[in-house]
Design a protein around this ligand. Structure first.
Ligand code: 13P
Ligand code: SF4
Length: 328
């Protein structure tokens, strides 16, 4: 007797062009706009109404005229959009799209550390990178992004110490460029920590005359080999301002190549590979596993279903004061 064949439910691959058409008509039907970070898949960036870095998107969210925002990015970005637009419905394609940096700074641990510093008589302001939860934002004095960090740090009174959370590498870099001493939280981004010095040196040797661009979330040893240090929007502006065709070695999330290519197609872009700590082999770990949870299907589904939704929480009100003061 033959056993019945058990078949796995087939994964239905939908045609991206059909999905794009469907998203376009759902946007009208549901009165929605799509915001997409430069780290999500290029095809999502292509159907978005606004694309950008965290700073630009936080500001764009306040200019949206539709009643619904779909935020293709990670959770803290959707949360910031909701905080700055309490009256709008904010949807995100996948509720599990988190951020290793944001997770490295739980609000209860931050509150306990601040309490300890105060008990020791330290007089400080807390400056948080935007890659933090809203609960953390509600505990801090200032929010910075990679795009506005220098100018915000200049606004912290000189007599105050600075507690910078959660990215130790960005904090170290900001100490260097602003000359301000900071107490650094020991967090880091899982994507920007894995770039290999050897691979970067090899890529430089194989591409004479190339220019290295790196995000300030990278550790110091990568930044020391970098020609242009900046967040994603700064990288985009830099390649647009460079007329001569150039080879850029890009040390940030790999999806960033898409907006660079679109903005300045005369150049060649080579993503710097990541490296697996356990084996030393290069890997595709320069793709953020959270950002890559965003797909065209999930954008369509969240428009169709009206969820997952970021719902308002009481502590968003305190976070809103800090975000408005810092970003607008
Ligand atoms: P940007 O602010 O440069 O867009 O960076 C966001 C981010 O998540 C970096 O890892
Ligand atoms: Fe967070 Fe890093 Fe992903 Fe950016 S790339 S969202 S910092 S985990």
């Amino acid at each position: 007797m033959s056993l019945p064949v058990i078949q796995n439910p087939a994964v239905v691959e939908e045609d991206p062009l059909d999905l794009m058409d469907e998203i376009e008509s759902l946007k009208k039907e549901k009165d929605a706009s799509i915001l997409a970070h430069y780290y999500v898949d290029g095809e999502i960036q292509d159907i978005a109404d606004f694309t950008g870095d965290s700073l630009k998107l936080a500001r764009d969210a306040t200019k949206v005229t539709t009643s619904t925002i779909v935020f293709a990015g990670v959770h803290f970005m959707g949360e910031s959009a909701k905080i700055m637009n309490p009256e709008k419905r904010v949807l995100i394609p996948d509720l599990h799209a988190g951020c290793s940096l944001a997770e490295s700074c739980p609000p209860d641990q931050l509150a306990a550390f601040q309490e300890q510093l105060r008990a020791n008589g330290r007089d400080f302001h807390t400056v948080a990178y935007i890659n933090t939860s809203a609960a953390v934002k509600s505990l801090v004095d200032w929010i910075v992004t990679s795009g506005n960090a220098r100018e915000i740090i200049d606004r912290v009174p000189k007599e105050k110490e600075i507690l910078f959370v959660p990215d130790q590498h960005l904090g170290r870099y900001l100490m260097e460029v602003t000359g301000r001493k900071m107490i650094l939280w020991p967090g880091s981004c899982m994507v920007h920590e894995v770039f290999s010095i050897q691979d970067l040196l090899r890529a430089k040797r194989n591409n004479p005359g190339s220019v290295v661009m790196a995000h300030p979330e990278c550790p110091q040893n990568i930044l020391e080999l970098t020609d242009v240090i900046g967040g994603t929007e700064k990288m985009r502006r830099h390649v647009m301002a460079t007329e001569t065709p150039t080879t850029f070695l890009v040390a940030t999330e790999a999806a960033m190549i898409h907006p660079l290519q679109k903005a300045a197609p005369q150049h060649t872009y080579i993503p710097v590979p990541g490296i697996m700590a356990s084996t030393g082999e290069t890997c595709a770990c320069n793709r953020c596993p959270h950002m890559s949870l965003n797909t065209l299907q999930k954008v369509r589904d969240c428009l169709r279903n009206g969820g997952p939704e970021i719902v308002w929480r009481d502590y968003y009100a305190k976070a809103r004061e800090v975000l408005d003061r810092s970003l607008l």
